[in-house]
Write a protein that binds this ligand. Structure first.
Ligand SMILES: C[S@@+](CC[C@H](N)C(=O)[O-])C[C@H]1O[C@@H](n2cnc3c(N)ncnc32)[C@H](O)[C@@H]1O
Length: 206
């Protein structure tokens, strides 16, 4: 199953251009706003989980953040981002791994996930992701998570997704996460259809 998922995403990123996927964003403005809301410092350790080839990393480097990591199941996605960044890419830690299986090698101040967690639909795998999140996110750190909203699409990239409200995410995460911001976002795909997202920001508490 995990291998099928990896094959799926390797195939997507090997056969499509960066701008030809529904989740492409010229500017990751909603994520950046929330990273600022969390009052991230330039020296903070920030991880973009399921970051794919997103331009969030370009923006973080341009703003002077110097402890940034991108994790994704797909090596092709990471290569695409790394190539785009050129020499700047050497400043990033790239991790090709499954977010439900990896062992975080450090703790992070900010854990960002846009449109990756919602592909984890199996209860056991959701618990495994949250287990890694708890190990990898500092007490006092922030989780910023963007998923399809309850009235968002039921599938993405041909795969089923789990849709959330900030309340249902709060319930799923359990104790240890305090919701500090919840907002909706209408994402316009490159072919101008609208996908309803919801972004939740949590503070990790003891
Ligand atoms: C819809 S794309 C979003 C990419 C990126 N976050 C963005 O906003 O452009 C979903 C991403 O999640 C990654 N992904 C899916 N399941 C994953 C998993 N279990 N572990 C790590 N990455 C995963 C995929 O490879 C893909 O890059």
């Amino acid at each position: 199953m995990a291998d099928d998922r990896k094959l799926h995403w390797e195939n997507v990123y090997s056969t499509k251009d960066e701008v030809d996927v529904s989740w492409f964003q010229e500017s990751p403005a909603p994520s950046l706003e929330l990273i600022h809301l969390a009052q991230a410092k330039r020296s903070d350790a920030i991880i973009d989980v399921g970051g794919g080839a997103s331009r969030l990393i370009d923006n973080l480097l341009a703003e002077g953040f110097d402890g940034v990591t991108v994790l994704d199941l797909s090596e092709a996605a990471l290569d695409m981002a790394r190539k785009r960044l050129g020499a700047k890419g050497d400043e990033v830690t790239w991790i090709a791994a499954d977010a439900t299986l990896w062992e975080p090698p450090q703790v992070y101040d900010i854990w960002h996930d846009r449109a990756a967690f919602h592909f984890v639909t199996d209860r056991g795998q959701q618990a495994a992701y949250i287990e890694r999140l708890k190990r990898g996110l500092k007490i006092g750190g922030h989780l910023i998570i963007g998923t399809f909203a309850l009235d968002g699409p039921e599938k993405c990239s041909g795969l089923p997704v789990a849709r959330y409200s900030s309340d249902s995410l709060t319930d799923l995460l359990g104790a240890g996460f305090k919701l500090i911001d919840s907002r909706r976002h209408d994402h316009s795909t490159p072919w101008e259809s609208v996908q309803r997202f919801q972004f939740s920001t949590f503070k990790r508490i003891a």
